[in-house]
Ligand binder design. Structure first.
Ligand code: NAP
Ligand code: COA
Length: 274
C-alpha cells in the first residue's frame, strides 16, 4: 500500500518561514520528515525551526537571500552535511507588489524577477548535487500570474511563467537521473502576505472570494496537501506538470481581482526614477 509518510526523509523548503511555504514545511514535519527552511530573516528562520521542532521534527534552517547564489550554495552544503541527501525540495521564495508597469522602476521589475525567477534557478542549481537520485522530488511554487496576465503584475507574470518553464525544462534534463520536478499554482490563499498585497481592501478581498468557483479562499494546508501528494510515491509518474490548487480560480474568476484592483493602481503615484 502506498502511503504519505516522509519518516527518515529530508525536506528543504526555501522561503519556508512564513505563509504558504511555512504551511508546507509544517505539513512535511507532521508527516515525519526532517525539515530545513531558509529565508532572508534570521528571526523568522529561528522561529520556524522552533515551531517545526515543537511538532516533533528534526529541523534546521539557514539564512540566505535567493539572489545571492553563493549564500544559497553554502546553505545547501550545511543542510547536506547535517541531514544527508535531499529527498524533497520546495522552492517558494518570492516577492510581489502591485504596480502598473509604467509606475515601477526598472529596478522594481528586476527585483521581483531576480527573487522569483533567477532565485528559483539559483536554488535548483545549488540543490542539484545534493538531491537524492533516484527518488528526489522538486516542487516549485508558481502562481496564477504564470498562466494569465493581471493588471499591476507584469513583473510577477513574467517571472512565474519563467519558473514554470524551468520546471518543464529541468523535468527533461533531470528526469533521466530519477529526479521529478513539478510546479504548484496556489489560488488566493487566506491570511497571506501575497493576498494582503494583491487584495488590500475588504471590497477587493470579497470580490476575490466570490470569484473563486468554490466560493472560498484557500488555506495553506490546501497547497501543502498537494505538495505532500506530489512528493509521495502516489505521484511517482507525475513529472513536469503545473498543478493549480485554486478552487477553480483559473477557470475564469482570477481576472476579476485584476479588474477590482485596476482603479486603485491607476490612482497610485509613479515610483519610476528619471
Ligand atoms: P510570504 O509569506 O511573504 O512568503 C515568502 C517567503 O519567502 C518568506 O519566507 C520570505 O521570508 C521568503 N523570501 C522573500 N524574499 C526572499 C529572498 N529574496 N530570499 C530568500 N527568501 C525570501 O508569501 P506568501 O503569500 O505565503 O507566498 C508564498 C509563495 O506562494 C510565493 O512563491 C508566492 O508567489 C506563492 N503564491 C502565493 C499566493 C497567495 O495567495 N499568497 C497565491 C499564489 C502563489 P524573508 O522575508 O525572511 O526572506
Ligand atoms: N511599487 C513600486 N515599486 C516598488 C514597490 C511598490 N509597492 N515596492 C518596492 N518597489 C521598488 C523599489 O522602489 C525599488 O526600486 P528603486 O530602487 O528603483 O526605487 C525596488 O522595488 C526594490 O525595492 P527594495 O525595497 O529595495 O527591495 P527588496 O529587495 O528589499 O525587497 C520586494 C523586495 C520589493 C519584492 C519586497 O516587497 C519584499 O521583500 N517582498 C517579500 C515578501 C512578499 O512580497 N511576499 C508576497 C509574496 S507573493
Amino acid at each position: 500500500m502506498l502511503t504519505i509518510d516522509f519518516t527518515g526523509q529530508t525536506v528543504v523548503v526555501i522561503g519556508g518561514t512564513s505563509g504558504i511555504n511555512r504551511g508546507i514545511a509544517e505539513a512535511f514535519a507532521r508527516h515525519g520528515a526532517r525539515v530545513a527552511v531558509a529565508s532572508r530573516t534570521s528571526q523568522k528562520v529561528a522561529d520556524t525551526v522552533a515551531a517545526l521542532q515543537h511538532l516533533g521534527a528534526e529541523a534546521m534552517g539557514f539564512v540566505a537571500d535567493v539572489r545571492d547564489y553563493d549564500a544559497v550554495v553554502a546553505g545547501f552544503a550545511e543542510v547536506a552535511a547535517a541531514f544527508g541527501a535531499i529527498d524533497v525540495l520546495v522552492s517558494g521564495a518570492a516577492g510581489n507588489f502591485p504596480a502598473l508597469a509604467e509606475n515601477m522602476s526598472p529596478n522594481g521589475f528586476k527585483s521581483v524577477v531576480d527573487i522569483d525567477l533567477l532565485g528559483t534557478y539559483h536554488v535548483l542549481r545549488a540543490a542539484h548535487p545534493h538531491l537524492r537520485r533516484p527518488g528526489g522530488s522538486v516542487i516549485n511554487i508558481s502562481a496564477p500570474q504564470a498562466v494569465l496576465g493581471m493588471v499591476g503584475q507584469a513583473h510577477v507574470c513574467a517571472a512565474k511563467a519563467g519558473v514554470d518553464m524551468i520546471t518543464r525544462t529541468l523535468a527533461l534534463e533531470w528526469g533521466p537521473e530519477g529526479i521529478r520536478l513539478n510546479s504548484v499554482i496556489p489560488g488566493p490563499i487566506e491570511g497571506t502576505e501575497g493576498m494582503r498585497r494583491l487584495a488590500p481592501t475588504p471590497e477587493i478581498h470579497e470580490a476575490c472570494r466570490k470569484s473563486v468557483p468554490m466560493r472560498r479562499m484557500g488555506v495553506p494546508d490546501d497547497v501543502a496537501n498537494a505538495c505532500l501528494f506530489l512528493a509521495s510515491p502516489l505521484a511517482a509518474y507525475v513529472h513536469g506538470v503545473v498543478l493549480p490548487v485554486d478552487g477553480g480560480w483559473l477557470l475564469g474568476g482570477y481576472t476579476a481581482v485584476g479588474a477590482a484592483m485596476e482603479p486603485l493602481l491607476r490612482a497610485m503615484p509613479a515610483r519610476d526614477k528619471p
